[in-house]
Write a protein that binds this ligand. Structure first.
Ligand SMILES: [Zn+2]
Length: 499
């Protein structure tokens, strides 16, 4: 009994971190959705203060005592074990770095963000270069404090995708790259013409909002514990499982953007809404990892939302609501939303080429962290890889190496999660197809509850109790493989582009 009581005490302590983190998330949500421009300074001060309080709780002597106490107990259950392991990781992540070096890094990282903004605006890498050099140096130094096994980059990967290593990524990304380049070649030689002109007609915001809300309800996003607002870049946030919010951005001359971003964020949202109550207060009441989270959003956005079965069910609804599609067949609509075209910008990429954008970033980060390339070489290296893999070349650094914000604060190791989400998702689909042989026939009839239930029972209900590599093995019976996603891509695009 004593253990249970002690763990409850630990949970009460963690609950304080949870409350403050929710306050931060709420402040950030408001900042991106409603806050007037001039509120930024006061809000930043508030966020900095609360972040400092979170940091204190995470790294206190009391936290260390809890961690050490539970690490010495042998009969912890899975949830307790995972909670302690997670706190240990957060504790070590900051405590292993000398305080003055950490403070110095935070200063450099925030200036680096401003430099990145200016560099991107002026399409001039040289403005950002000295900052990125410093940030990179710090990260290399920190890896020394944190320690590493095998490749130095493994330590960074572990923050976002526990259990995934460079060895594993080289294997699965290597296979994936080869396959995508091959499929892309076949598509470029195909005589099938796919038009997307219809999506640029005028679609009033209100009309889109009504349709997308209906879609989200139908696939299982719960508006009783969620809401949808507008922001410049769509995102999902939550303050516990009873308040999970998504945002979208409407373009009145681009129908696909809000539609698929709603399904994407809806997938993230459904995951968070399904987290069981008893994980609240353990800091495990979220997704298993960034990559697993992406697997859920991409499952709804792509695997389901860009499938022919999905639109067999919803296209009549589209026809009823949007006169803009008069005269367009279901088949042409389906081809339109799945058109492949290599591009320079990651966030605008199609389902096939998206992973190549990520693999390029992964390859560069790995070399950079290991000191095999230097910051000054990045623009050249970036452009060469885009040319080689995608056949396109940036005309300036703003549409090349400067396009993403992630490197400015040293978030190396984060990008792979996006492509891992695709791999996890297709592997889950493989298992789901075995468990529910008539899966897509049900989708055609509008039965989405069967999918939601499978995801809830197999993935969502575990929160962050299991690491991604354990979860994928438990759910699918196999380690992470690229084969499922490759087969999925091949099947899909060979039909659309007739090869
Ligand atoms: Zn996402």
């Amino acid at each position: 009994m004593e253990l249970v009581e002690k763990f409850q005490e630990f949970k009460d302590y963690l609950r304080k971190i949870d409350y403050l983190s929710n306050a931060l998330a709420l402040a950030e949500w408001d900042m991106r959705v409603y806050m007037p421009k001039r509120g930024i300074e006061a809000r930043s001060d508030m966020v900095t203060y609360i972040s400092g309080e979170v940091y204190k709780l995470q790294t206190s002597d009391r936290m260390r005592e809890y961690i050490e106490y539970f690490e010495g107990v042998s009969d912890l259950d899975d949830v307790m074990k995972a909670a302690v392991k997670n706190c240990r990781k957060i504790y070590d992540q900051t405590k292993k770095i000398p305080e003055d070096r950490y403070r110095e890094f935070i200063k450099v990282a925030s200036r680096s963000g401003t430099a990145w903004e200016e560099a991107k605006e002026k399409a001039d890498f040289s403005i950002f270069q000295p900052y990125l050099e410093k940030v990179t140096e710090f990260k290399r130094e920190f890896i020394g404090y944190w320690g590493y096994e095998g490749d130095r980059y493994n330590t960074l990967l572990d923050f976002f995708e526990p259990g995934i290593t460079v060895e594993k990524l080289d294997e699965v990304f290597g296979q994936l790259k080869k396959a995508i380049v091959e499929i892309l070649g076949k598509i470029q030689n195909s005589r099938v013409e796919v038009s997307t002109a219809v999506f640029s007609k005028y679609f009033p915001k209100q009309q889109q909002a009504e349709f997308n809300t209906m879609l989200l309800k139908k696939v299982g996003y719960d508006f009783e514990t969620g809401r949808m607002d507008e922001s410049v870049h769509p995102f999902t946030t939550d303050f516990g499982n009873k308040d999970v919010r998504i945002t979208t951005h409407y373009y009145e001359n681009e129908f696909r953007s809000a539609l698929f971003s709603c399904l994407h964020e809806g997938g993230h949202g459904i995951y968070e809404q399904d987290i069981p109550d008893d994980l609240e207060g353990t800091l495990l009441d979220g997704g298993a990892s960034m990559g697993i989270h992406e697997s859920q959003s991409r499952f709804y956005e792509n695997i389901i939302g860009r499938s022919l079965s999905f639109w067999k069910y919803f296209y009549p609804e589209i026809k009823r609501n949007f006169k803009q599609f008069d005269g367009l067949s279901l088949e042409d609509f389906y081809k339109g939303i799945n058109r492949v075209e290599p591009s320079l910008v990651r966030i605008e990429a199609d389902e096939l080429t998206y992973s190549l954008h990520i693999i390029i970033r992964y390859e560069i980060e790995k070399e950079l962290i290991n000191g095999r390339v230097e910051v000054k070489d990045l623009p050249k290296l970036w452009n060469a890889k885009y040319k080689e893999y995608l056949g396109v070349e940036p005309s300036n650094d703003a549409e090349g190496v400067l396009q993403d914000v992630h490197w400015s604060d040293g978030s190396f190791g984060y990008f792979p999660s996006y492509a891992l989400g695709n791999l996890y998702g297709a592997q889950f689909l493989g298992r789901m197809n075995k468990d529910i042989p008539d899966l897509f026939e049900r989708v055609e009839k509008g039965d989405f509850e069967v999918i939601h239930k499978w995801l809830r029972d197999n993935i969502h209900r575990h929160g962050a109790v299991y690491e991604p590599s354990e979860l994928i093995k438990t759910v699918t019976g196999e380690e992470l493989k690229a084969d499922y996603f490759i087969k999925y891509l091949y099947d899909k695009y060979s039909k659309i582009y007739e090869f």
